[in-house]
Design a binder for this molecule. Sequence first.
Ligand code: GLA
Length: 379
Amino acid sequence: MMTIRDRISEKFKELFSCSGTVYMSAGRINLIGEHTDYNGGFVFPGAIDKGIWVEMKPNGGKNVRVYSLDFGEYSEFGMNEEDAPFRSWARYVFGVCREIIKRGYAFGGFDAVFAGDVPLGAGLSSSAALESAFGFGINDMYSLGISMFDLALTGQATEHNYCGVNCGIMDQFASIFGKAGNLMRLDCMTLEYEYYPFKPRGYRLVLLDSAVKHELVGSPYNKRRESCERVAARLGRKFLRGASMDELDAVKADISEEDYRRARYVIGEEKRVLTVCDALNRGDYETVGRMMYETHRGMRDDYEVSCEELDYLNDMAAECGVTGSRIMGGGFGGCTINLVKDNVYPVFTDKAVASFEARYGHAPKVYDVVISDGARRVE
Ligand code: GLA
């Protein structure tokens, strides 16, 4: 079977009669620390072995000519603000170009073909992988010297300014900084980070994709962020990070009941990330798993970003004795992430797939997590 890399190279040759350089950037998982990034808190992501591959080459002109192999669509656009393409996937590429230009870098037009294997709308950050693959490629191809952190910020700004999602920095960070076999703890306030080797003996991570598409654009995602910002402002803080439940309770009468619950989730999640870090240092995966279940409950009841299918998968995990399970990513669909003992794995995946299918008429997909490298040039 042809690899993604082979397929994009074949198409590149066909469209542009030459070859370019291939780059890839990864999708991500997140062990714990959900909706904490835009609150200045901690996240615990890792890059996965699924990503976006792009072949690129300068074309000597001013336009970007790009083909999406997965959509079977072509788009050509200039790089001035008024040139924004209408296809939604092309807006990501356009946004990355614009954000790099806005930061004062100059580069010329280029040709590109891309494809990927990160399932769309599954909460695995296919959009961050796309932004990071193009950002990394442009930076390398034109030797622009943009730092890896600035590349991540460029991808995030693309989401904010061209795609309508006021996301945090986690996805782009993970897509670029990922390292095989390691999770990363990122402090989203200071942007300090640490690699955590993650090879739990006797356990593995598995994703169950509900195939309920989550669409963060125009979704309640931005509303969650607004709630957090309102409460932080009421507390006289820039971020919810560091706020205590006592502080929150002291302003309870002045904020809406909904905002109160949103903030309660975030404050709880902050504590859980730190508990998980300690537990990982001790090799205590039972505590890690307990925190994951707690996160799921918080995301379901207080943050309200789960859905029936994900709650069902979470219940199945508990029933099968899975160590930890929770909804992963922005929410409103997508995957659960499960920390499963080796001997529980076959029983759990078989049972969850069969009973989910019987109930919802389609089987969830099972992805074994392989923690992999982030953005890179593919030799
Ligand atoms: C999406 C966003 C991230 C983060 C997660 C929730 O993936 O892009 O910035 O907020 O949701 O943790």
